[in-house]
Design a protein around this ligand. Sequence first.
Ligand code: PLP
Length: 388
Amino acid sequence: MRFAERIAQVPPYLFAELNKKKAALTAQGADLIDLGVGDPDRPTPIHVIEALARAAQDPATHRYPPYEGILEFRSAMARYYQRRFGVNLDPEREVMTVIGSKEGLAHLLWGLVGPGDVALVPEPAYPVYRTHTLLAGAEPYPLPLAADNGFLPDLEAVPAAVLDRARVLLLNYPNNPTTGVVDLGFFEHVVDFAHRHGLVVCHDAAYVELTFDGYRAPSILQVTGAREVAVEFYSLSKPFNMTGWRLGAALGNQDVVFRALGIIKTNTDSGQFAAVQLAGVAALEHDPADFITGMNQVYAARRQVLVEGLRQAGFDVKAPLGTFYVWAPAPPGEDAAGLAARLLEQAHVIAVPGAAYGKAGRDYLRFACTVEEDRLREATQRIRAALG
Ligand code: PLP
């Protein structure tokens, strides 16, 4: 058998590989504590489940949904952006349903870049930005995110020759995996930079609701002039414990959403089940702020347990203001990838080696606060024992 050459360019998806190791250890009877994938452990709110059940009984939802998503969901997204960020969007022209932001981000890259083009991709980063740039035949240019720069890219350091070929700038704040956060001033600078260099900005807002200690994350669409250059992906996965439902939206620049993304997408998939989109309306319209505030209190308390436990185990970590991750430099003398492997084998704790998010992450491990506090305490005790 021979496969396409492009398959050789990208590694197997990390979490698919981790799932195999996890299954093998679980089959041997290991009591694993999974701080790996960022997958909320608490259930989806009951009113969302009930809305799905009601919608699924209506035969109208059983047929192909409109390609761009049902107008009820896109209108609910637009109303939500108005309430949450003060941003006015036209649901028919500036909002499209996606089957989770992973799908939207991947397909958008196919509509934006090809051979000879460059995508400016932060490093470390959610792997999809880089892998789909490569799969689309384009070149990712890494923008290092370092602790001493608050995990912000230095856009002015990108060489002019690279900018000439660059079509898109990918960003994600609050950031996975570094937990870096930004204020609106940063996005203002980004929008200005994109205007100056003819770039599309693609902001992945997957963690925009997951913030602590009074910090509220902005949307890039709050910046005046943003919709001329920017698209943002909002995901219902993390704020509403809906990772399995596969629901999000692409919002912003009309050409980017409906041509670059829309042409690839409508030729590839046939949209998300209308009943799931109607459940999404319930999530966005039924006291979302209450639910999100409650979950953020849960994550903030867990974050404290994890940060304190990791400090006691010898990690030098700060409590993050956003995301449900802790991005921890490996303790002195420890190799991060080796340590992640040791934690899995000896402590039965899953942490992600930072190199999985690009070379710039190689000295770090990422831990997710997606288990209850007692399990986090147990995990950090086991980590302490493994580090001896
Ligand atoms: N973007 C980032 C930065 C993520 O970390 C994730 C998931 O972990 C996603 C996007 C994918 O989210 P969705 O479930 O909406 O596809």
